[in-house]
Design a protein around this ligand. Sequence first.
Ligand code: ADP
Ligand code: MG
Length: 405
Amino acid sequence: MSVADARFFEAPARAEAAGAVAAAFGDVFGETPEGVWSAPGRVNLVGEHVDYTGGLCLPLALPHRTFVALSPRHDDVVRVRSAQEAGADWEGSLSEVGPGAPDGWAAYVAGVAWAMGTAHGFDAVVDGHVPLGSGLSSSAALECAVAIALADLDDLPTDDAGRAELAAACVQAENVVAGAATGGMDQAASLRCRPGGGILLDTRDDTVEHLPLDLAAAGLALLVVDTRAAHSHSGGEYGARRADVERAARLLGVPTLREVDPDDLDDALERLAAAAGPGDDVAVLRRRVRHAVTEIDRVRRTADLLRAGRAREVAPLLDASHESLRHDYEVSCRELDLAVDAARSAGALAARMTGGGFGGSAIALVEAGAVGAVAQEVARAFADARLRAPQFLSALPSAGAGRDA
Ligand code: ADP
Ligand code: MG
């Protein structure tokens, strides 16, 4: 294999991509859009599968963004087109939007207007540069681009508190209209991140602390491996994990697993076994609890290191996160494990799956000069295993949702 076999999915320059979607809007609707807005996809550095049990997570915005050119209308009609969904334009009235309707991709657009209580229709053209269905949250990028556009046009607050409200509306749109289960991490990251850092999101109260992540200064880079293994079967497993942690929390008598002190984990696991009923698989519940409690603790430790400017030292925490997701939470898969193992043997300081799992993407913390070599080794491992070629993205901590033009 050659270096060229490690294919990078590059983010286009923002101004160029914004110009292209505005031009596409002109082609479709015959006029200039009122404006262009965009929102990023995200990767989670650490803190996986804990956003639905009151946990902490630490995502950052990717340079890869979804753009929307949009004009408000005087009636309640919505007309939308996406460059990524050719032949699936949607037109309808806001009064038709609600739980489960519309179906298809337009749910992520019309659903946001529904959740925000937007009083007017709009025309919109979407063009996304976040890979779809790769666990990098193209769904949140789309929702958040629409949300920031509507907020801007309707003079809603877009400071951090306003963005927290927009994120909640986007979660509503995804849960209720698109019918996809999701916690709050993706939308918070897409709306609330700032360039040069990640956010420590406390999902108990949606508060955010901005943390510096100056990888370049540490001589590091964050490489994303999109395994291109579809995570489409993850829905049922996601629901099952949520049910496990909710059951475990009930047995332990706590509202969420956040309330379990990591220093008290062994005791908690004993108490769990004692409280379990005949229908409970105690061994499974113990593993789920151990993942959630240790993962939340790893986020705390990672945040401490980042606050102290010691980014390089987070490596063992990222590795441990993967082992926990793989063995205790059981949400990894062959492709993710291969990406992680290959990246580590190619010299990555650390690697872990990121996002919901069962496919999607992994991240590797690598020396800045080794990005190409690590990507090439991962691509080679996939070829040797006769798997579909992965693609790679550079995760430079980027800006949250905003106006482009
Ligand atoms: P992920 O968020 O990890 O990329 P999801 O399955 O949550 O994967 O979301 C992918 C879905 O979001 C797509 O199938 C599509 O319905 C919608 N979507 C995302 N980006 C776009 C886009 N640019 N244009 C149209 N639909 C999109
Ligand atoms: Mg998604």
